[in-house]
Design a protein around this ligand. Structure first.
Ligand SMILES: [Zn+2]
Length: 348
């Protein structure tokens, strides 16, 4: 007997509609903290997602390739705060498109005067967005739900000198349980000295290296105070400045700091569900789970595919099994910490 398609039709349509609606549903907010060091080529763009759906964007790379595509993939539909560390285009160029498309509650800037076309366009975009406009100053805080960023820099008055724009970068310290992040913009040694004079309380699990891993940042004294387990630099492959510089990587190697870079690893995401354990997912190299002060282990990923986690957007983009056959393509740091530096040193 032939099925009666006329009777089944409405039911089929209803089922298809249900499926479509399910597909359009917003993904659940991360159940913990995620910090995305987004690969935008030579530039900085950092997305912080909090346990209650908080979203904070710090810098946005150049206009091209821009940070907006990453925010769309991550289904970010609002930003509680947007921070510009300083006015250079490799930090703010991509934010103009973001401000046009995504509602932003607060914009925090360093407040330095800069008259490039890109920065003027950014200021216009901030005006039009209706976001609350604030200047970040040492001693203040940026709050978004359960997230609190301590502002360690810049000072009033600003530091002076030939690299003043970099040295007055907004520097933020974020703590989530026992895990902490120090995000330094393009701060160089002068800024680091000023921060060290202000506070000795700089310890951080993860250090975003200042100025794309330049030798003029991440001084020995600063590194000794921060004592990070991990460092991330943000630089474009084959960039003309030679970032990250060999001297910076050597300083990190001496302290056994694990290094990730967006040029080698693509986007790097550090996640913690409980504020104690954390994992690192990289666009090009799979995922490594960490326990506090433990050596990272690829085995952890192999034995338990649920160690660490990523958001729905990342799963679609990054997730692939870390199999033996992948080992040839995976960066060698997955096996031995020292190898990372060997390969990085060759590119600097
Ligand atoms: Zn920069």
């Amino acid at each position: 007997m032939k099925p009666d398609l006329r009777r089944g039709g409405p039911l089929l349509l209803f089922l298809l509609l249900l499926l479509a609606l399910a597909g359009c549903r917003q993904p659940a907010a991360p159940q913990g903290l995620q910090v995305h060091f987004i690969d935008v080529g030579q530039g900085d763009a950092i997305l912080v997602r909090g346990p209650e759906g908080e979203t904070v964007l710090i810098d946005g790379g150049e206009a091209e390739p821009g940070v907006l595509s990453h925010l769309r993939r991550e289904h970010v539909i609002k930003l509680d705060a947007l921070v510009t560390t300083h006015p250079h285009s490799d930090h703010v160029g991509g934010l103009i498109a973001v401000l046009k498309e995504i509602p932003v509650k607060e914009v925090w800037v360093d407040g330095q005067v800069h008259t490039t076309r890109t920065y003027e366009n950014l200021l216009d975009a901030i005006d039009r967005s209706g976001a609350v406009f604030k200047e970040a100053r040492r001693g203040g805080e940026i709050k978004a739900g359960k997230l609190t960023f301590k502002i360690l820099h810049p000072t009033t008055p600003f530091l002076e000198g030939p690299d003043a724009l970099n040295n007055n970068s907004v520097v933020l310290h974020l703590t989530y349980g026992q895990i902490s992040f120090l995000l330094t913009g393009d701060a160089e040694t002068e800024a680091e000295k000023s921060i060290l004079a202000y506070t000795g309380d700089l310890k951080a699990t993860v250090l975003k290296l200042g100025h794309h891993g330049s030798r003029t940042s991440t001084s020995e004294a600063f590194l000794q105070a921060v004592r990070p387990e991990l460092a991330v630099y943000m630089a474009g492959a084959g960039n003309p400045y030679g970032h990250p510089h060999r001297q910076t990587l050597t300083r990190l190697r001496r302290l056994n700091v694990k290094v990730y870079g967006t040029d080698n690893n693509g986007t790097v995401v550090i996640s913690s569900a409980d504020g104690v354990n954390y994992s690192v997912s990289t666009e090009k190299g799979g995922e490594v789970a960490f326990a506090p002060q433990n050596t990272p282990s690829l085995r952890a990923k192999r034995s338990n595919p649920l160690v660490g986690w990523t958001s729905a957007g990342l799963l679609r983009r990054f997730a692939r099994p870390v199999l033996a056959s992948d080992a040839k393509q995976s960066p060698r740091w997955l096996d031995r910490p020292g190898d990372c530096f060997a390969s990085l040193a060759m590119t600097s």
